[in-house]
Design a protein around this ligand. Structure first.
Ligand SMILES: NC(=O)c1ccc[n+]([C@@H]2O[C@H](COP(=O)([O-])OP(=O)(O)OC[C@H]3O[C@@H](n4cnc5c(N)ncnc54)[C@H](O)[C@@H]3O)[C@@H](O)[C@H]2O)c1
Length: 336
């Protein structure tokens, strides 16, 4: 297939691009590099710098390419920032995606894989199935839910075929057959627990903060489900290829096992051999106590078969990436 990957210079988009290419697809990455890295884009993919909100750039893109499908990652992703800058998030996620969907419809591209999130759920103690109660705790999750609903209307009214993939916590790094970490996490700002924790042994921060120790969980800290980017990327390959047979799919993507913040930090201590100092602070607004996925549906329907479910394995790969790339992709002069 000829596939447009928006946000393909980002963490998950670049890994997915590599997996799509390996599966024999042609990929064009479209990214404004606001948060992504040119160096993360696999060499065999075409790269075009542009914004999903730019009507003129999208016209050029769709007029000069004949895409079979769009895999749409481009978004702003920070839940905390979304609570402080609501207009920015509504524009970046909802408005820009609306422009993209209108162009897809106009140019007759009717297959979409969309990056949604566990943050659309209210959260509960047991693994979340796709039909469990939604109720975002933050505006970031709300923007993704709004987009899911808009996609639903395009499906109903304009024959858009879609796969909505709700990821839980993406993490880890791609490691090649020689054991070299080749693609990993480099967000600016970084707010994810594993890379922040690994910054302590790298000497980039003195400690890791634990936000809230009075949640109703087994050790009082938040519980999350961690999914390796290779497994996440593979799910996209399955989903985009399934769009010929299935017109409307929504899947949760996680490992079905939750780890507390303290457990993640402890595993990072074991992997790195470093006494990572942790400081307990107040809760942050917008954090659900527990978000763990049931991914039985995508396993059953698409045969998804995660290869890296162990937290230890995930943190090993992340550590290999951060040790070998202490400055990430090394392009910090971009517009943040
Ligand atoms: N990282 C996670 O744990 C996680 C969890 C759930 C869902 N998601 C979703 O997955 C997707 C990718 O997340 P990520 O961690 O790779 O983030 P990322 O920031 O690394 O990648 C996002 C990419 O989109 C690009 N982008 C942003 N706005 C754009 C625009 N208007 N036009 C063109 N490009 C634009 C950025 O430059 C960046 O390269 C996002 O949609 C995010 O909401 C991520």
């Amino acid at each position: 297939m000829r596939i447009l990957v928006t946000g393909g210079a980002g963490y998950i988009g670049s890994a997915t691009t590599a997996h799509l290419l390996a599966a024999g697809h042609d990929v064009t990455v479209y990214d404004n590099l606001y948060r992504g890295h040119r160096g993360a884009v696999p060499g065999d993919a075409e790269f075009i710098q542009g914004d999903t909100g730019s009507s003129g750039s999208l016209d050029f893109l769709f007029q000069t390419h004949d895409f079979d499908a769009v895999v749409h990652f481009a978004a702003l992703i920070e839940a905390g920032e979304s609570m402080q800058q609501p207009a920015k998030y509504i524009h970046a996620n909802v408005v820009n995606t609306s422009v993209l969907l209108a162009k897809m419809n106009h140019y007759g591209v009717n297959k979409l894989v969309f990056s949604s999130t566990a943050a659309v759920f209210a959260g509960q103690d047991t693994p979340l199935r796709e039909d469990d109660p939604i109720g975002p705790n933050n505006l970031y999750g709300e923007t993704k839910l709004m987009i899911e609903r808009i996609i639903g209307w395009y499906h109903q009214l304009c024959d858009l075929r879609y796969a909505v993939l709700r990821y839980f916590n993406a993490c880890g790094a791609m490691v090649d057959e020689k054991g070299t970490a080749i693609r990993g996490e480099d967000h600016t700002p970084e707010t994810h627990l594993i890379p922040l924790t690994l910054q302590v042994p790298l000497g980039k921060r003195s400690h890791i903060s634990i936000f809230g120790t009075d949640y109703p969980t087994r050790d009082g800290t938040c519980v999350r489900d961690y999914i390796h980017i290779d497994d996440l990327a593979q799910a996209h390959v399955l989903a985009v290829e399934a769009l010929d047979d299935r017109a409307a799919m929504t899947y949760n993507l996680g490992n079905g096992r939750g780890y507390t913040v303290r457990e993640v930090i402890e595993t990072a201590r074991e992997v790195t051999g470093h006494e990572i100092s942790a400081i307990e602070v107040e809760r942050r607004p917008g954090d659900a106590p527990s978000l763990v996925a049931s991914s039985e549906k995508i396993i059953r329907e698409l045969g998804w078969n995660p290869q890296h479910p162990d937290l230890d394995d995930i943190i090993q790969s992340a550590w290999a990436w951060h040790k070998s790339h202490p400055d990430g992709y090394g392009d910090k002069n971009r517009n943040t």
